[in-house]
Design a binder for this molecule. Structure first.
Ligand code: NDP
Length: 267
């Protein structure tokens, strides 16, 4: 029987095992999916091999380490610099990033201009896929340092201060919180007065938060201001469906995988 796992720290909260195990059972694919708490990032590749995993999902805080430790990185992961899915092929670790396409397939309509809050790994995935689809976006971050790698790629960026002065009048129809503000605290990703201006009635921006499992202060405020809101639940499902498509070597369509996973996800 093949073994798969989600690897991260912390990991006990992860919904990945239930999604992937349900799929394996439904498809009668002889595999089991567990979770593994890793403490030393430099041991990631070694662990995948010693645990004899056929594949793994990599979560916070090891996605960049996964990128560095794979024998080969394929697709959009090369541009993003982070890997969240690894498949063993003839003893070689092949890395993919399914967050980017997972995020994109949750969009109900194609936005015209997007404001991405945050400049971490998730922001890199979202900006790469928006860039691929030629959708204009601005990456806005609290600190300047993390914006450097985005500038190198030629992406438009701003700090909070620069934003108020230069970009506030831009018409964004989608504002995405890709920061961890609101995950374990009650913080907003951007000063309240700026968010109020972005979502003020009539401007019509939708709000999307990649955080799932709770209504963040960002989504709560956007909702109060009349914006359409979405959380990160469906993104989690979509990235898992694409990852499983790799795990089972394309034996079932992503659409069918999503349908099977959705049954336990909504339960
Ligand atoms: P990173 O640690 O790479 O980046 C964090 C970012 O958040 C930085 O830009 C940081 O800014 C910013 N930030 C943190 N706290 C605040 C704050 N109080 N105010 C403003 N900015 C803040 O995180 P990741 O990109 O890996 O993850 C971000 C979120 O995405 C997490 O909550 C994670 O759970 C979620 N996620 C959801 C997925 C899904 O499937 N739904 C998939 C992947 C991630 P600075 O540079 O100034 O410190």
């Amino acid at each position: 029987m093949r073994q798969y796992a989600v690897i991260g720290n912390p990991i006990s909260h992860s919904k990945s095992p239930i999604l992937h195990n349900t799929l394996f059972q439904t498809l009668k694919f002889p595999a089991f999916y567990g979770r593994y708490l890793l403490t030393k990032e430099e041991k990631l590749a070694e662990k995948i091999r010693t645990l004899r995993l056929s594949g793994a999902n990599i979560t916070v805080p090891f996605k960049e380490a996964a990128f560095r430790q794979c024998d080969e990185v394929r697709g959009i992961a090369k541009q993003i610099g982070s890997v969240n899915t690894i498949v063993q092929e003839d003893g070689r670790l092949i890395g993919y990033n399914t967050d980017a396409n997972g995020f994109f397939s949750t969009l109900k309509r194609e936005p015209r201009r997007v404001l991405i809050l945050g400049a971490g790994g998730t922001s890199r995935a979202i900006s790469a896929i928006l860039n691929e689809h030629k959708i204009p976006f601005l990456v806005l971050n609290r600190s300047k340092a993390r914006l450097e790698s985005f500038r190198t790629l030629g992406y438009k960026t701003a700090t909070h201060e620069e934003f108020s002065a230069r970009f506030l009048e831009d018409e964004f129809d989608l504002v995405i919180n890709s920061t961890s503000a609101g995950l374990d605290d009650n913080e907003l990703p951007l000063p309240r007065e700026l968010l109020m201006l972005l979502f003020k009635r009539g401007r019509g921006a939708d709000a999307y938060d990649v955080i799932y499992g709770k209504q963040t202060p960002f989504l709560k405020l956007a909702n109060e201001l009349g914006a359409k809101i979405s959380d990160g639940r469906m993104m989690l499902l979509e990235q898992a469906a694409i990852a499983s498509h790799y795990f089972i070597n394309g034996a079932e369509s992503i659409m069918k995988i999503r349908e099977i996973m959705l049954r336990v996800y909504s339960a």
